[in-house]
Design a binder for this molecule. Structure first.
Ligand code: ZN
Ligand code: FE
Length: 241
């Protein structure tokens, strides 16, 4: 393991992540949902941020960027195509680019659907995926800007990663997503057992993130949708659930 991750809850249901490259000591913040919570996570870990990787422009993912930048010498990384609605970028990336964090490398994947400029950061070596609001545990983001075929393609790209990849998403929405998954597959005993574990974890105040891709491939209805049309129907059904 060349990088370590520290997940912290913030706002009402957001997660931020600190990612530390062990060899160089560089530390990336994956989104900065809220300055105060991020400062607390920095203090608790003792990890000084050197980089900020932004997944998308929504306020609950970038609100703390300016505050952190005012105290730390950080490089802010985000999608060049969305630069006009992101905080000032030091490194404007494009899908397919590789972002380095010391010795660690993160591939930038285009994941439009929740927003058109949404990107994900992937470490194939460490089997980590920072997916923002594209894929959630047992769910996916709301389709605010993209089309069903765009969003479906984004999920297919994530589904094709190494199944052992740990998925770090931007929100703790798992229990609500689980209710929808159970509504769709009420007789799936394996799903019901998985949901029991989720309810137990949440009852103890524990995070259900990260989640392994294998688990999502087995139970996430949006990853099991076989076509863009099927995905569109599911997304609409969840919106009205
Ligand atoms: Zn969002
Ligand atoms: Fe969000």
């Amino acid at each position: 393991m060349s990088v370590s991750c520290h997940l912290y809850p913030c706002r009402s249901d957001n997660y931020g992540v600190l990612v530390r490259d062990e060899s160089s000591g560089r530390v990336a913040l994956i989104d900065v949902p809220e300055e105060a919570a991020t400062r607390k996570a920095i203090a608790e870990t003792g990890w000084t941020p050197t980089d900020i990787f932004i997944t998308h422009h929504h306020r609950d993912h970038i609100d703390g960027v300016g505050g952190i930048r005012s105290s730390y010498d950080v490089r802010v990384v985000g999608n060049a195509a969305d630069a006009q609605r992101l905080p000032r970028l030091d490194t404007a990336v494009r899908p397919g680019d590789t972002v380095t964090l010391g010795d660690a490398e993160f591939e930038v994947l285009d994941t439009p659907g929740h927003t058109v400029g949404h990107i994900a950061y992937i470490s194939r070596t460490d089997k980590l995926a920072f997916v923002g609001d594209t894929l959630f545990a047992l769910g996916c983001g709301r389709m605010f800007e993209g089309t069903p075929s765009q969003f479906f393609a984004s999920l297919q790209v994530l589904a094709a990663l190494d199944p052992e990849t740990m998925i770090y998403c931007g929100h703790e929405y798992t229990e609500a997503n689980a209710r929808f998954a159970v509504h769709l597959s009420p007789d799936d005993d394996a799903l019901l057992a998985h949901v029991d574990q989720i309810v137990q974890k949440r009852g103890q105040g524990l995070a259900t993130v990260p989640t392994e891709l294998t688990t999502e491939l087995a139970f996430n209805p949006f990853l099991k949708a076989g076509t863009a049309d099927a995905f569109a129907q599911l997304r609409a059904a969840k919106d009205h659930f």
